[in-house]
Design a protein around this ligand. Structure first.
Ligand SMILES: [Zn+2]
Length: 408
């Protein structure tokens, strides 16, 4: 499977300037090419092929207006054209219904929060014996190697985020490392009162370090809103907000990593509700869903399950998990959100709203768990990816997506 590894870079002032130049040149090349294609389209001319764009780039470098493009690695510029091709391909595929609907490629702006350039093997980048990242026309950039790369990567992407931090990102091929089998399984419900509720009754809240980061972020935002528009204090406050935002995102990612690793290690099978996050975005739940970063979390569960030979099952929202008694299966109708516990009219079980939902999720996934214990009987572990598709409704979807996953 392919995993993405990112490491923080600490470029010097001069290297930061060289990187800024590379981001700028890559952006200009992208925009020039996009403009050429859009102009051709509105003139009713055929789609300009990539090699033609490549030729135009070579020619434009010789003009006085674009001569500065020679100051950066030509590989970076070629990769920028490649990115445009990918954006077009994704757009055309979406028109054909091969992937979710998306818009045509858009012009890049210097104000975009994320800037990036990519160096392939052709660019001649390398890691020096001293552990620095040698980038052509930029120099040897210090790296904080927070973990070891499992295998070599041919390509490195250098990213600058909204907080002005630089990262080197590598995509590497890794082998799955199967963990010893266990007979535990768990269903997880996204709680409104807690980040997650497990079918064994565990309620998990965000850790203090995340809550503190979120508090600082909100304070920075408040401070920003008080500053006069266009003032230099406002500009400073905006950088503070971006930094606090980045720190919150890091803290949240760290929490997601810790929790997802634990859940995957402790359980053979994990069932989650496949929340239609986009649908929820229009409801009152929107804020809590987005803040909780549920979809980022389930993505982590997904790749870790694939990595460690576990099973992740997503349960579609067919069954109203809070309306069915997890003990006897009787559906006794919707209950207002403020009702946290109730007694089942049919079997007399006392049910906690959130735990009841988590147990129902586990049951819908075919996991044999009880409200206390959450054990799977041997042989009842759900089928691996190849064997799915024969499941009754609600249709579980096991892990599969592998690209675009970040590991810090
Ligand atoms: Zn009941």
């Amino acid at each position: 499977m392919q995993l993405r590894y990112s490491f923080r870079l600490y470029p010097s002032a001069g290297q930061r300037m060289a990187l800024a130049r590379a981001f700028g040149c890559a952006r200009v090349v992208f925009n020039d090419a996009l403009r050429a294609r859009e102009t051709a389209r509105s003139a009713g001319l055929p789609f300009i092929p990539s090699r033609e764009l490549s030729k135009q780039l070579t020619t434009s470098k010789k003009t006085p207006e674009r001569a500065w493009l020679t100051e950066v690695s030509s590989v970076v510029l070629q990769q920028s054209l490649r990115d445009l091709d990918t954006a077009y391909k994704n757009f055309f595929d979406s028109l054909k219904g091969k992937r979710p609907k998306m818009g045509p490629p858009r012009f890049k702006s210097r104000k975009d929060t994320r800037q990036s350039v990519r160096f392939t093997a052709n660019a001649g980048w390398k890691v020096t014996p001293g552990g620095k990242l040698r980038l052509p026309k930029i120099g040897d950039v210090p790296v904080r190697w927070s973990r070891t790369l499992p295998s070599a990567s041919s390509t490195v992407t250098v990213i600058k985020d909204s907080a002005g931090r630089h990262f080197a990102s590598f995509v590497v091929e890794t082998d799955p490392e199967t963990l010893p089998a266990t007979d535990s399984a768990v269903g997880i419900d996204l709680g409104l009162t807690h980040f997650a509720i497990l079918s064994d009754g565990t309620k998990i809240s965000s850790p203090r370090f995340l809550r503190r980061a979120e508090k600082n972020f909100r304070k920075a935002q408040r401070d920003l809103s008080r500053k006069a528009k266009g003032s230099s204090n406002r500009a400073k406050a905006r950088i503070k907000v971006a930094r606090a935002h980045a720190r919150t995102a890091d803290a949240r990612r760290e929490f997601h990593h810790q929790l997802s690793t634990k859940l995957i290690r402790d359980n053979q099978a994990v069932a989650v509700e496949d929340l239609a996050v986009k649908g929820l975005a229009r409801t009152r739940m929107a804020k809590s869903v987005h803040d909780a970063g549920w979809s980022a979390f389930t993505t982590m569960l997904e790749y870790k399950a694939a990595k460690y030979g576990r099973t992740l099952i997503r349960i579609g929202r067919f069954e109203p998990t809070s309306q069915v008694c997890s003990q006897c299966g009787v559906k006794d109708g919707p209950k207002p959100l403020h009702i946290r516990t109730w007694t089942c009219g049919a079997c007399g079980a006392v049910l906690d709203r959130d735990i009841n939902a988590a147990v129902n999720i586990a049951k819908a996934a075919g996991l044999a768990v009880s409200a206390c214990g959450a054990r799977v009987r041997p042989g009842l572990v759900p089928a691996q990816r190849e064997e799915t598709g024969t499941h009754p409704k609600p249709q579980p979807v096991t892990t599969g997506r592998q690209a675009g996953i970040s590991v810090f």
